[in-house]
Design a protein around this ligand. Structure first.
Ligand SMILES: Nc1ncnc2c1ncn2[C@@H]1O[C@H](COP(=O)(O)OP(=O)(O)O)[C@@H](O)[C@H]1O
Ligand SMILES: [Mg+2]
Length: 392
């Protein structure tokens, strides 16, 4: 991240205004649109244009680059169902907004809860060793559900709960405010997923009738833009849930997400959830359908809602989940040292030191088979597990 003060021509009073409006880095300024910056009190059109352009040129955004230099470092978070992960190309993807829409009871909130836990799993186990922000507009967050999911994945409940940052939201402007607040937390707490459950509930209740539609869409547009910018600037995943309504398009009618084109175009990955048959039946089987994604075919899959979150089967056997993976947190500015690796204690540290390995960099470069030979009682599989935990 680049500090705002490094943008050419920026003054202290501009920085103050930007920070008040949630723009705290040069990247955030550079990714903003002219209109949203001009709309801030105290920033005129000429200043707005000059500062945005200067921020962009400072960050190399005003040049075309050869595609060979293109960086694609997107990562994935497990949904809890391997089938669901497969149609998503690996899971919920960082850098993008994923919109999950479906009728009441289709599993949106259960998916959101499952992701609160799986995001905290280590890399290589379905997670990103990251914290989660939960923006809750429907008051459906359940700590008990989180604890059950935590047990299923063998994590420690206190650890997991302490890395979920929750805010209950009461109005649409509160929602917009907390989206901007979330950005601050992302920088401080190694957040890798922001959940907004749900996107439209408050907007739908507050802006009633066709006359208020333009205002509603303007507010929505701002929120989606802010989220999209946060997803991209910090390479984190964003999950928004959405309701559906019967929509009539010319001669046709069908179920569609609400929010119109702004939501449809603003969310890069769109997934529809369906209850099987009639919502009235008691089955907990659900269907997920990829509706739109830049690089995924329009596939669908089955999954289940269970007491311990989203899964591939109806019943989860808790007894087989005794592996007990401890979540280890790598805070944004913390250095990742050898003792942070799960499975490496004092004894092994000493042995590694005798062989000359004192940093994660050295461990990463070593052949697991060779190292296992030097460490009695340690398999090369174990060494591989250590290496997998080292962040890139
Ligand atoms: N502990 C549980 N065990 C099994 N099913 C559950 C449990 N909790 C909720 N469900 C089921 O999940 C469904 C609600 O899912 P939810 O994720 O809240 O839907 P949405 O957010 O899409 O409205 C209901 O059908 C409910 O029966
Ligand atoms: Mg819900």
């Amino acid at each position: 991240m680049t500090e705002l003060k490094l943008v050419k021509g920026i003054q202290a009073r501009h920085i103050k205004i930007f920070i008040e409006n949630g723009i705290t880095t040069a990247e955030a300024l550079a990714m903003s649109g002219f209109k949203s910056i001009t709309a801030m009190d105290g920033i005129g059109e000429a200043t707005s244009k000059k500062l945005i352009w200067n921020a962009r040129s400072a960050l190399g955004m005003t040049e075309f680059k050869s595609i060979s230099k293109f960086q694609e470092n997107h990562e994935f978070i497990s949904t809890g169902s391997l089938n669901f992960n497969a149609i998503l190309g690996g899971g919920i993807e960082t850098g993008f907004i994923t919109e999950v829409f479906g009728p009441f009871k289709s599993g949106k909130t259960n998916l959101a809860h499952t992701l609160c836990v799986t995001t905290q799993l280590p890399k290589g186990k379905g997670g990103l060793s990251g914290a989660v922000i939960y923006i809750d507009t429907e008051n459906t967050f359940s700590k008990e559900k989180i604890k059950r999911i935590t047990r299923r994945f063998g994590l420690k409940p206190e650890d997991v709960l302490s890395h979920i940052f929750h805010a209950r939201i009461y109005s649409s402007d509160h929602q917009a405010q907390m989206i901007l607040e979330a950005e601050k937390l992302v920088k401080e707490k190694n957040v890798r997923l922001i959940i907004l459950d749900s996107l439209m509930a408050l907007l739908r209740a507050e802006y009633i009738g066709i006359g208020m539609l333009p205002q509603r869409q303007a507010t929505l547009n701002q929120m989606i833009h802010a989220l999209s910018r946060i997803a991209e600037s910090y390479n984190i995943a964003i999950l928004v849930t959405n309701q559906v309504a019967q929509q009539i398009k010319g001669m046709f009618s069908g179920i569609d997400a609400i929010g119109g084109n702004i939501v449809a175009h603003g969310c890069q990955i769109r997934v529809m959830l369906k209850t099987k048959g009639f919502a009235a039946n008691n089955s907990l089987e659900r269907k997920a359908i990829i509706v739109d994604a830049p690089d995924l075919p329009p596939e669908d899959c089955q999954f289940f809602i269970t007491p311990a979150g989203i899964a591939d089967t109806e019943k989860i056997d808790f007894s087989s989940m005794e592996e007990n993976i401890e979540a280890k947190f790598v805070m944004a500015n913390d250095e990742f040292t050898l003792e942070k690796i799960r499975g490496i204690g004092k004894n092994i540290m000493k042995k590694l030191e005798q062989i000359g390995i004192t940093t994660t960099e050295q461990l990463k470069d070593i052949n697991p088979d060779d190292l296992a030979k030097d460490l009695p009682g340690i398999s090369s599989k174990k060494v591989k597990e250590w290496i997998e935990q080292i962040p890139a």
